[in-house]
Design a protein around this ligand. Structure first.
Ligand SMILES: C[S@@+](CC[C@H](N)C(=O)[O-])C[C@H]1O[C@@H](n2cnc3c(N)ncnc32)[C@H](O)[C@@H]1O
Length: 229
């Protein structure tokens, strides 16, 4: 599997993202990569999980698509700031090389989290198909594999961050979602920027309680789904 052909772009909140030339698709919303990640995955993912499960540690997160590492880094910051142990499992068939990830400006922006800047490159430097602790509260395992071929472990929070259904429809079928839903533990939450009706119908048929929520800047809606306890 090769490094993808990507171009650095600046999104509307000033944070970088990447444009995948083959798919003609960006890694994040053009309206703000940083804001999208905070909104979809931190606010409607981790914060919502914590509100329902204040004492259930460690939190096991499964991410589809490590990409720029933005979700992983924000999750590490979240774990440290909340002092909540997080076990993060991310998969990515096409890892980005240092010549790309070192250009990303997430840690150059002043979000008051300078203390955690060093972990951004550390997350990328973790060897593929290995794992271990990276900070006091954050443990990561990155697998270089496609979702189609991946081992799945029981998880509490799913960050479903694949490219859009129009670009990679094979990652949004009911068949590929079924094992992900199976791996979700009772009470687990699935969150994604995607608001397609078919996705919501499929998640519902797979037994999840589906919610349509306000989307991140520039996007009307997003999807979150819970597994019953
Ligand atoms: C929308 S990007 C998001 C990446 C990441 N979460 C981020 O914040 O940068 C989708 C990611 O899914 C990866 N991907 C592509 N095909 C995949 C597959 N079959 N299984 C899992 N991930 C895949 C892409 O390489 C890309 O990194």
């Amino acid at each position: 599997m090769t490094t993808p052909q990507v171009k650095l772009i600046t999104t509307e909140d000033g944070s970088h993202s990447l444009y995948h030339e083959g798919l003609q698709e960006t890694y994040h919303s053009f309206h703000g990569a940083f804001k999208e990640s905070i909104h979809v995955f931190m606010l409607y993912g981790l914060d919502s999980w914590l509100a329902r499960n204040p004492k259930k540690y460690p939190i096991r997160i499964f991410e589809v698509g490590f990409g720029t590492g933005l979700n992983a880094w924000l999750s590490l910051v979240w774990a440290e700031q909340n002092q909540i142990p997080v076990l993060y499992h991310s998969i990515e068939p096409f890892p980005l090389g240092p010549e790309i990830y070192s250009q990303l400006n997430y840690i150059e922006q002043d979000h008051g989290i300078w203390h955690y800047h060093k972990y951004f490159s550390a997350l990328h430097e973790v060897a593929w198909n290995q794992g271990g602790p990276l900070s006091d509260y954050f443990n990561i395992k990155k697998d270089q594999v496609r979702l189609e071929d991946s081992d799945l472990y029981p998880c509490d929070v799913v960050f479903y961050d694949a490219f859009a259904p129009s670009k990679q429809p094979e990652l949004w079928t009911k068949e590929i979602l079924a094992p992900v839903v199976d791996a979700m533990r009772p009470g687990a939450v699935f969150t994604t920027y995607c608001a397609k009706g078919q996705l919501k119908r499929d998640l519902k048929e797979l037994g999840l309680q589906v919610e349509t929520l306000p989307g991140p800047p520039g996007k009307k809606e997003m999807t979150r789904a819970w597994k019953g306890v």
